[in-house]
Design a protein around this ligand. Structure first.
Ligand code: CA
Length: 233
């Protein structure tokens, strides 16, 4: 899951970036409307957190522009204003939700979880593939009904794969979806986290549920094709 934070208040933007990153979201931050417009045209986000009072305009403009061109990315608008008129204006511009400053991070996090569980996903809130099960709402992962604690990054990687379980995920796609645009750490960071994820998912008596696709990336092992020969009789 990838989030764009549009906020010119630097200390607040830093708090949001830290909190969202700890919660496992890839998070980009910009402080101006012009940079936000550029970012949403270049990158596919799952959610935009949009301040209204920006140095070069009203965040509402960006939201209205996105909706005009049919971009249905979830938008959570932030404002220092508290009037009913401001709230109506924000929602009229196409925002999905609205939060008045000051707010507590846990409230923002709860709103984000609710927004990212919109109708398409609400049909099937639990992700399953083979013996893997993930509940994105409670952030719980299990295999053959055994709960497996994962870090936020491991969870995000597995979620990405479970949302397109038949798909081979290129390393670059996994990197883009789970790490920030400006990530400049280890080049093998995806491999390192996949290795840790595998170690945790490989329960005694069960196969490695992740396959390496040489030269490309990773995919989930097709259901029923485990080497242990435990397929249906
Ligand atoms: Ca502002």
């Amino acid at each position: 899951m990838r989030i764009l934070v549009v906020e010119d208040d630097t200390p607040l933007a830093e708090v949001l970036k830290r909190g969202l990153s700890e919660d496992g979201y890839a998070t980009d931050v910009v402080g101006k409307l012009v940079d936000a417009t550029h970012a949403v045209s270049m990158t596919s986000y799952d959610l935009v957190i949009l301040d209204r009072g920006l140095p070069d305009g009203d965040g509402r403009t960006l939201c209205a522009e996105m909706r005009e061109r049919g971009d249905s990315t979830a938008v959570l608008m932030l404002t220092a204003r508290d009037g009913l008129g401001d709230k109506v204006e924000g929602l009229d511009a196409g925002a999905d939700d609205y939060l008045t400053k000051p707010f507590d991070y846990p409230e923002l996090a709860a709103r984000i979880r609710a927004l990212l569980r919109r109708p398409a996903e609400a049909q099937k809130p639990i992700l399953t593939y083979g013996d893997l099960e993930m509940d994105p709402a409670s952030r719980r992962v299990s295999r053959s009904s055994i709960t497996i604690p994962l870090t936020a990054r491991e969870f995000a990687l597995l979620e990405r794969m479970l949302r397109a379980p038949e798909h081979t995920h290129a390393r670059t796609d996994l990197l883009d979806s789970v790490w920030d645009t400006n990530y400049d750490g280890l080049s093998n960071v995806v491999d390192v986290h996949i290795a840790n994820l595998r170690r945790k998912l490989e329960l005694p008596g069960l196969d490695d549920p992740i396959e390496t696709v040489r030269g490309v990336g990773y995919r989930l092992r097709p259901a029923g094709q485990d080497h242990a020969g435990q397929g249906t009789a």
